[in-house]
Structures are given as C-alpha cells and as structure tokens.
Design a protein around this ligand. Sequence first.
Ligand code: ASP
Ligand code: MG
Length: 401
Amino acid sequence: MLIVHKYGGTSVGSLERITNVATRVARARDEGNDVVVVVSAMSGETNKLIDFAKYFSENPSKREMDMLLSSGERVTAALLAIALQEQGVDAIAMTGRQAGIKTDRFHTYARIESIDPTAMNNEIAAGKVVVVAGFQGINEDGSVTTLGRGGSDLSAVAIAGALNADACEIYSDVDGIYTTDPRIEPKAQKMDFISYEEMLELASLGAKVLQNRSVELAKKLKVKIVAKSSFSDAEGTVIGEENKEMEEVLVSGIALDRNQARVTLRGVSDRPGIAAEIFNKLAHEQINVDMIIQNASNDGTTNLGFTVPQSELANAKAVMEAFDHDIGGMDFDDSVCKVSVVGVGMKSHSGVAAAAFTALANENINIEMISTSEIKISMVVAEKYAELAVRTLHSVYKLDQ
Ligand code: ASP
Ligand code: MG
C-alpha cells in the first residue's frame, strides 16, 4: 500500500517528537508500505515567524511572508529525513516545489492548481520515504506560495490524490473525531467512520483536527482520510464516502457553535425586494449571515430574524439602522448559541427533528430559531443552555452508547 502520513505542529513540536514520528514512519515501512510524509512546522514556529516580520513592518509584503513562513515546514521536513536516515530508513526531504506542487498566484492563501508527481514517484520507486514540506508550492513566476493557516492538511490530501494513495493518515494530538466535544460531554464516543459531508457539518467539533478545506478536497478527490493521534496506537476515525452502514446510524454527532448572535427585525415592510436589499447590504459589508427566518405576513408587515457571527454583530447593527424607515423595531442578542444535530441517516428516517425538539422542551430550553438541511438540524438557544442542550441531544440519540 501507498500511504500518506501527515504530522501536525504538536506531533513534531520538539526534537524528541520528531524522533517519535520517525519511529512511526519506520514501522509503517516495516509493515510493507510505501510512505510519503507531509509535515507542518514545529508548533508555534509559524506564529513566531509572523511576529518576526511584524517587528519590521505592520504590513509586510506577502511574497516575502511566503518566503519566510514556508521555511518552518522545510526545517521539519529536513530534520525528519535526517532522523529517518539515522534509523536506517532511506529518506529524502522535498520542498513544495521539488514535490511538483503548483499553485495560483495569490500569496499567503494560494490554491493548489496541479501536482506533477514524477519526482515523488521516482523516489518512491527507488525505495525512499519522501518527506514533503507542507503548506507550500510555487506559482507561475516560480515564487514560493503558502496555502493559508492550517494548509499542510491540504498539501497532504492533494498529494494523496495526485499519488493515488490508499489513505491519507492525518496525525495530531487527538485520536479521532468524537460524537461531541468531550469537554462538554465526557461520555462522547470516538467514531469509527464518518462521511465527508458529516465531517464538514461537524467542523466545530473537528476544527482542530482537520482543516475544512482539506475535507472538501478529499471529498472531491475521493481520498480516504484517517484522523489519528501520533501519541498513541488508537485506531482513529476514517473520513470517507457515505455508505449503507452510515445511513443506518440516525445521528452521528452534535456540534456547538458559540460564536452566534441573533438579529430580529419586527414590522418589516412586506414588499418585493426588501429581503434582497437587506441581505445584499449585509453581504456588501462582508457580514456572513447564517440562519434566516421570515414569517408569513399579516397587515403588510412581517418579522425577519437571522444570525451572524458575534464579532460581526456591531457591523450588522449599523447596517440595519440604515433601514429604519422600513423596519418597525429591532433587537439584537449576542448571548445565543447554535446547537446542531448531524447525520446522513436523517435522509431516510423521519422524526429526527421532532425528537430533538421534544428533548429540549423536556429540559425547558426554548428554541429561538430552527433551520434544517438534508443531514442537519440546527437550533439557536440561549447561550446559558449550551452545555445542557448538547448533553441532552447527545443522550436522546444514544450517542453515548
Ligand atoms: N504551519 C502552518 C500553520 O501554522 C501550516 C500548518 O501547520 O498546517 O498554519
Ligand atoms: Mg494543523
């Protein structure tokens, strides 16, 4: 088998930890696999380099920032190759450029456009472990580019796709994806499998484990991801294509997003174009609107509610004030949160939403807003009920068993 391993910043956070990674890679080799390793910078290194640049400039040139930041991953790649060689494993370190990674021209948040795997394939054929510096490529001018924070996950998935690898194992300090945040519900269980779609919806659970863009790319390239810990031999969670087994599970996980604020507009003139005006203006101000609810109107006016990230509430207020001739009254609440129930099994089962509403009602938790998609039910509730709502939903769908 050909396996891509990706090690995050904490997994390579010290020289001892790099030795530990080399041992894991050597073991995967001994088991008869070809291995390509993608590494992050040692933890804290990227931030340190950013601070260095800030010492000289408020607004350093992005091209030079890429020169600077890409060095963190190169250090780790070279050190790991040396550590592997020392353990008797033939290894070669490569930069993004040497690994054939071409990106678009946007410095500091470039997108991978193509990967020419020839050089990596030649080294694999020669029996070597290829260690690639993550988070980087080159653009058409030949300048180094980086892929945005957390971007070495993206490098790993893209490389796994280009090499047609059997799996992309992403190592961090957590051993997989849990049914909910174990800090809120200690009975949370590690999942064996989860579909790409569910993983994207549960981003708030997995944000620290996997970068979201890398999950989108894996879905597109059909790369099987395994989220694992580099500090244990636990099994990990497979993130892959939805299958029959997954559909039998009604609900896979409960996600919590605390960064929500609610805007309610009352007595909004109910005329064609009003929603377009309001939401165009919010979009123009780069305010991300999440849930939107509008009531059927009576007496020519309607109520309209929506949520925005807490940090954007002040901007949203300012935008709404410009509409006051069209709006009877407004109120804002930043002490709300969004709890979501996610599962592909919802597509084929009814009653999943009713069970959620009943469970929250039994705890006297008022649901302020609801929105649903094929595989998700989201509810806005008062922030003070966040933990209780998560635990209640987690137990109602028997995720603790
Ligand atoms: N070193 C980069 C960062 O800290 C990329 C990565 O770790 O994935 O964002
Ligand atoms: Mg990371």
